[in-house]
Design a protein around this ligand. Structure first.
Ligand code: GDP
Ligand code: ZN
Length: 460
């Protein structure tokens, strides 16, 4: 059982700042009910049953001025997100109103929450582990349904459970080994060494399994930077329009405050494609003389995926050839467009030049567009189907710790093979166990935890 840490009471606006139907100001901590009660006129929030909602008004206790008409939700710990006493005040959505309520709460004993502090408390109070905390952020930022589903599964403890199982396996082995060290008269060294090696190999394999999902996990979480390239008039804009004009389009505001650019994303089979330099695509039309190669160089450099368009109804030009050449080191799909107009460039001709996937479509007639989508999915998710409740390693922190655990397990194997004393081998086993614990936060250093939660948005 986890002992709850006593923290001061924090407050923050938990909905986006701006105009909206409603805004929510959240309070969490021992004093949440008491502080809310000071500014709330209606039921006595300190005596109402837990998990109930109350109509009333927010009043400035000094000036007696009525600030807003609100609903207050009272939730007593530990059955709350933070496990602390929580009050959520739903007020009229508007910057001024919401802010005034927050300021009143601050003036009456609450402290302004730091970014991610609510989630951090949920973690500190044992309600969620680090993978779940990370999934909260992923959930907020999810760009496609598939990304949401992976985040949801992680929030439900999908990854946590797997890491826990691995740790348990190691722990059992470590415990056996302790017995062996404590009772050397049994002289079971040989057997235990082999046991440890066997366990190290088995856990290592399971880690590999998880690591295999990391590449896909990253793509699902962060998107696939995609460049559409081709000489003028091959149909780049048409393809771009096709991708961005139907329900696939997701225009996202980049989360956080560092960049306020709009990035264009589209969803292909639940994979968020981040379209690079879409402005550049349009520019080529204005300056026909400008060679597409130059223009696309930067986009291609940044790309995880290149869609190289060729006009199938025309002969392969020098420009096409140079585009084929300078994108060849990239993951790419060769798109033979305008196949409704004839096939001067055939699949076979291109197959002689590259083993990359080739698809024949007509953007104008929207013919065979599913080939493009399937091809993208296959290129990055070979053999990994889109299933619900998929457990994926979704970030660099998780995957580097898994790799670290794996390295320690390799040391265990080497140690046993080289007849190292088992108490030394045990150290490597413990290291692996620790690295796995760092993923869930059970053995994570404080700085790391602080760093991780500081990436959260305010009010989360
Ligand atoms: P971009 O210069 O590469 O952006 O090419 P655009 O998308 O502007 O297309 C140039 C012209 O080709 C436009 O008139 C499009 O309507 C036409 N076009 C694009 N895709 C197709 C296609 O699949 N078939 C046919 N017949 N025309 C197309
Ligand atoms: Zn264009």
């Amino acid at each position: 059982a986890q002992v709850l840490t006593q923290f001061d009471t924090i407050a923050a606006i938990s909905t986006p700042i701006g105009e909206g139907g409603i805004s929510i100001v959240r309070l969490s901590g021992e004093e949440a009910l008491k502080i809310a009660n000071k500014v709330f006129k209606g039921a006595n929030l300190q005596t109402v049953p837990t998990h109930t909602i109350h109509y009333g008004h927010i009043i400035n206790p000094e000036s007696k001025e009525t600030i807003d008409e609100v609903m207050a939700t009272v939730m007593l710990g530990p059955k709350t997100f933070t496990r602390e006493n929580t009050v959520e005040i739903s007020c009229h959505g508007g910057m001024v109103v919401t802010n005034e309520i927050l300021q009143l709460l601050l003036a009456n004993g609450a402290r302004m929450a730091e970014p991610g502090e609510f989630t951090r408390r949920a973690f500190m109070n044992g309600r969620i582990d680090l993978t779940q905390a990370e999934s909260v952020m992923d959930m907020v930022r999810a760009k496609t349904d598939r990304a949401r589903s992976v985040a949801m599964n992680q929030l439900e403890g999908g990854l946590l459970d797997q890491i826990k199982d691995l740790r348990q396996e190691l722990l059992n082995t470590m415990a056996q080994e302790e017995v062996n060290i404590d009772y050397p008269e049994y002289d079971m060294d040989d057997m235990t060494g082999q046991e440890m090696k066997k366990k190290a190999i088995s856990v290592s394999k399971k880690i590999d399994h998880l690591l295999e999902t990391a590449k896909e996990g990253k793509i699902i979480r962060s998107g696939l930077a995609t460049a559409i390239v081709g000489r003028p008039n091959v149909g780049k804009s048409s393809l771009l329009n096709y991708l961005t004009q139907d329900e696939k389009a997701i225009v996202t505001d980049v989360a956080g405050t560092t960049r306020d650019t709009l990035e264009e994303y589209v969803s292909v089979k639940g994979i968020p494609l981040k379209l690079i330099d879409t402005a550049g695509i349009h520019q080529t039309e204005d300056k026909v003389e400008k060679i597409g190669v130059e223009r696309s160089k930067k986009a291609v450099d940044e790309a995880d995926l290149v869609l190289l368009l060729l006009d199938a109804s025309r002969d392969l030009s020098e420009e096409d050839k140079s585009l084929l050449e300078f994108t060849k080191h990239k993951k790419r799909i060769i798109v033979l467009n305008k196949n409704d107009l004839g096939t001067k460039i055939s699949r076979e001709m291109i197959e002689n030049l590259t083993s990359d996937p080739i698809i024949e479509i007509s953007v104008l007639q929207k013919a065979n567009m599913d080939l493009l989508e399937n091809s993208i999915e296959k290129l990055f998710f070979n053999g990994i189907e889109n299933k619900s409740n998929e457990v994926m390693v979704t970030n660099q922190r998780q995957s580097s710790l898994l790799t670290k655990a794996k390295q320690s397990l390799q040391e265990v194997i080497n140690g046993v093979d080289n007849d190292m004393p088992l108490d030394l081998v045990q150290i490597d086993l413990t290291n692996a166990w620790d690295s796995l614990g760092e993923i869930t936060g059970e053995s994570a250093p404080d700085e790391l935890i602080t760093e991780l939660f500081s990436q959260f948005c305010l009010g989360k």
